[in-house]
Design a binder for this molecule. Structure first.
Ligand code: NDP
Ligand code: 2IT
Length: 444
């Protein structure tokens, strides 16, 4: 395999999908060497079969807003690869959603899910519907209309969606209700469900907690821990909130959070009580992070990212490409020792190069944020055996999965000088399992 040629070919066949190209390029450039040690892979064109999704569903979603207007959005489900288990991955509702973005997310998910050690393939779905400013009733009608198309393509052994940006417990609940009505079956086809109807304890917390468990493992390799460390967090949604919760619990100090309008900087640290306020503001009132600055009298910077503030650790937890080369240089210049990604592909390729050249600890999302889908996998298991595990049991399993992922990264990513290249480690480890499964299953 020649990574450059494969990528050029994909760009020609699938133009105008820059995020998909970006995700593929990162993986190909890091697995090329290992791949070429296995000539049997190339004989069956494994690489193209792994980069191009198995199938993509695209549909129109029509719903009626509160004023009686008939509205349309696009709906998608990308089923990328099911070599190691049913397709699994979240659903994103955001105005920016398009096929290229969902293809990048489904591709990444395939490697991430492989790393979790659980039997899950990779998929992703979503819509360009924006929940922002919509009433509860509008969100419900949209979720129902979306499921009216999607339900034929998913199932507990086929494809199991969950949440992502713009899709949390409320949306999963509405989609599950409609799915159940259409199929006339109560199965664990969506994860991230409410606790009363098959959800798992710790699932809402899992991505953020998992990221911090992974960060702890990274810090240990340098004889460090989180105590007293100043952390920058971007985003203020599900992942950002529980990342902050775990940092605070472990004695770190969170000084920033953000949303798509700007960021707040609180030099005294966001403590438990202030975080409760943010959770209420975001999850209940669906307000803006600016209101935090008004309430606590701290700095609010509209239209900017938090990466220029001085800190020890950066935890990007909002969206893709939110941290560029300039941001990365600022972080390094300010003495950051670790960057651990709660979001999917938040750092641009240039930013990643800056972190790696500075030899700081840098964990890509597909390793560091795998805790969310891991607990989704544990939710599937609990649904299958019709039992619910305790909080302690799920949390222990989550910790152990994050430790395993860290070990796999160390195994496949340690360079001759001892620096752990977590990007290479995660990509090679994730790839090898899927590749072996595909080889064993023949040319399909
Ligand atoms: P939420 O919708 O709960 O929160 C998203 C946060 O990011 C909000 O603060 C939002 O601000 C901000 N944001 C979203 N889009 C943009 C944008 N284009 N520019 C700037 N800010 C933006 O989503 P999650 O917390 O679930 O997801 C955050 C990230 O984590 C995503 O990359 C997702 O793919 C990833 N992830 C999520 C997992 C999960 O289990 N939920 C698991 C693994 C990864 P605003 O309110 O203004 O839109
Ligand atoms: O990006 C992700 O891993 C998620 N949004 C969670 C997917 C899941 O199936 O729980």
């Amino acid at each position: 395999m020649n990574a450059t040629n494969v990528l050029e070919d994909l760009k020609r066949r699938f133009p105008n999908e820059p995020e998909y190209h970006q995700a593929v390029e990162e993986v190909l450039s890091t697995i090329e060497e290992e791949y070429n040690k296995h000539p049997e892979f190339d004989k069956v064109n494994l690489i193209e079969r792994l980069c191009i999704p198995d199938r993509v569903y695209q549909f129109r979603v029509t719903w009626v807003d509160d004023q009686g207007n008939v509205r349309t959005n696009m709906g998608y489900r990308v089923q990328h690869n099911n070599a190691i288990g049913p397709y699994k991955g979240g659903i994103r509702f955001h105005a920016s959603v398009n096929l290229g973005i969902l293809k990048f997310l489904a591709f990444e998910q395939t490697f991430k899910n492989s790393l979790t050690t659980l039997p899950m393939g990779g998929g992703k779905g979503g819509s360009d519907f924006s929940p922002r400013g919509k009433s509860n009733a509008e969100v419900m009608r949209f979720c129902q209309a979306f499921m009216l198309e999607l339900w034929r393509h998913i199932g507990p052994e086929t494809d199991v969606p969950a949440g992502d940006i713009g899709v949390g417990g409320r949306e999963v609940g509405y989609m599950f209700g409609m799915y159940k009505k259409l199929t006339r079956e109560f199965t664990g086809t969506l994860t991230g469900k409410g606790l009363e109807f098959g959800g798992s304890l710790i699932r809402p917390e899992a991505t953020g907690y998992g990221n911090i468990y992974f960060l702890q493992e990274m810090l240990k390799t340098r004889g460090q821990d989180l105590k007293g460390k100043v952390c920058l967090i971007s985003g203020s949604g599900n992942v950002a909130q529980y990342t902050a919760e775990k940092v605070i619990e472990l004695g770190g100090k969170v000084v920033t959070m953000s949303d798509s309008d700007g960021y707040i900087y609180d030099p005294d640290g966001i403590d438990r009580e202030k975080l409760d306020y943010i959770m209420e503001l975001k999850n209940l009132y669906r307000g803006r992070i600016r209101e935090y600055a008004e309430k606590y009298g701290c700095k609010y910077v509209p239209g900017a990212k938090p990466w220029g503030e001085k800190a020890d650790i950066a935890l990007p937890s909002a969206t893709q490409n939110e941290l560029n080369g300039d941001h990365a240089r600022q972080l390094v210049a300010n003495g950051v020792i670790a960057v651990s990604e709660g979001a999917n592909m938040p750092s641009t390729p240039e930013a990643i190069r800056v972190f790696q050249e500075a030899k700081i600890l840098y964990a890509p999302g597909k390793a560091a944020n795998a805790g969310g889908v891991s607990v989704s996998g544990l939710e599937m298991t609990q649904n299958a055996i019709k039992l619910g595990w305790t909080k302690e049991e799920v949390d222990e399993r989550l910790k152990s999965i994050m430790r395993n992922i860290h070990e796999a990264c160390v195994k496949y990513g340690t360079e001759p000088d001892g620096y752990i290249n977590y990007v290479k480690g995660a990509n090679v480890a994730g790839f090898m399992k899927v590749a072996k499964a595909m080889m064993a299953q023949g040319i399909v």
